[in-house]
Design a protein around this ligand. Structure first.
Ligand code: PMV
Length: 333
């Protein structure tokens, strides 16, 4: 048996990925740019039992994972079993330091961690680009969590076989803070379903695709120039346009709760008062506020006062996925 453990961190996209050019290959239709965060970690251990028949076992935070999660993880592990030419069930155990299934990008850190741990456990030694391409097949945002700091994932045309993210800008991290305002509401529609419905029914999908490219280019330039205001303004536009396109789908894809709107308003009020902070929202009700590290305690305090915000988490730029343990001693090959 070979066992490996990896840690990966969530990321928050400033240029949002929303929409696929190829669902079967999980290819994004728009480029996205994110920041990997230190405070939101997933730790995953994978053990392959060579030749042992039976379903994969997946444990999340100590309990058996729901069937849908197990199926998604098994389908992902099948990619690796095919690639390595090996068979046998896997035992996967994963733990998060933050609430899952709530739009806090657990699939990003989750699939980045499992891509690294499972590839090592099955005996493959993939480089960072190969790991990113692999993680993308589990969840496109996971391709970005392989790397630390600012990361870019390009769009791809249908049929492309290999698509990896890559770090954007200098390796010494631009020291920013992101305050996550956790709302007392759950994510009701998975990202894949939300994207499919937006593409199929929203009259604003085409406009989203067109403007997303321009906004990603502006965000790229802002990151490279380290222009805080221009990064924040573009990030707000990217998030609002993504949500506007989703809300216009039929039935509507509405991720916002009352607390989401109130938190957005709190961010705008702080800005009016001279605290430079900008919001972004993923496929869930939580608001993430970009700010300077010295303003983070006050931004967190103010967001914590918003009705319906139950918790705030202050995050800073985080590192990419890391292998923390590998045990090849008891191989049964
Ligand atoms: O990687 P997925 O399928 O969970 O989609 C992520 C979508 C957003 O979080 C809304 C945007 C993004 O770029 O992370």
């Amino acid at each position: 048996m070979i066992e490996a453990t990896a840690i990966a961190r969530a990321n928050i996209a400033f240029a949002k990925y929303w929409g696929k050019s190829d669902g079967s290959r999980n290819l994004p239709a728009v480029p996205s740019i994110s920041l990997t965060l230190d405070a939101l970690e997933t730790r995953t251990t994978v053990r392959f039992a060579e030749g042992e028949a039976g379903p994969d076992e997946v444990t999340m935070d100590g309990s058996a994972a729901p069937a849908a999660v197990r199926q998604r993880v098994s389908a992902f592990l099948d990619l690796l079993r095919r690639r390595a030419g090996r068979s046998g069930r896997a035992v996967v155990s994963t733990a998060n330091t933050f609430p899952t299934g709530a739009g806090l990008a657990s699939s990003a850190s989750g699939f980045a961690a499992i891509a690294l741990a499972a590839s090592r456990a099955i005996g493959l030694s993939l480089d960072a680009a190969e790991l990113s391409d692999l993680a993308r097949r589990g969840s496109a945002s996971a391709a970005r969590s392989i790397f630390g700091g600012f990361v870019e994932l390009p769009a791809a045309s249908a049929g492309t076989d290999f698509l990896a993210a890559s770090p954007l800008g200098a390796t010494d991290f631009w020291d920013l803070a992101v305050v996550v305002a956790v709302a007392d509401a759950r994510k009701e529609i998975g990202s894949t379903e939300g994207m499919q419905r937006t593409e199929a029914t929203s009259p604003y999908y085409a406009a989203w695709i067109e403007t997303a490219r321009t906004e990603a280019a502006a965000i790229r330039a802002a990151v490279l120039r380290r222009s805080f205001a221009s990064l924040g303004e573009s990030a707000e536009r990217s998030a609002l346009r993504m949500h506007a396109a989703a809300m216009a789908a039929s039935p509507a894809v509405l991720y916002w709760a009352g607390a989401t709107v109130e938190a957005i308003r709190a961010v705008r009020r702080m800005r009016d008062e001279g605290i430079e902070t900008y919001f972004t929202i993923d496929a869930g009700p939580h608001v993430k506020a970009l700010c300077r590290p010295e303003d983070a305690p006050e931004v967190a305090r103010r967001l914590g006062l918003v009705a319906g915000i139950i918790r705030t988490i202050v995050a800073r730029p985080g590192r990419g996925a890391e292998l923390v343990e590998e045990n090849r001693g008891r191989s049964s090959r």
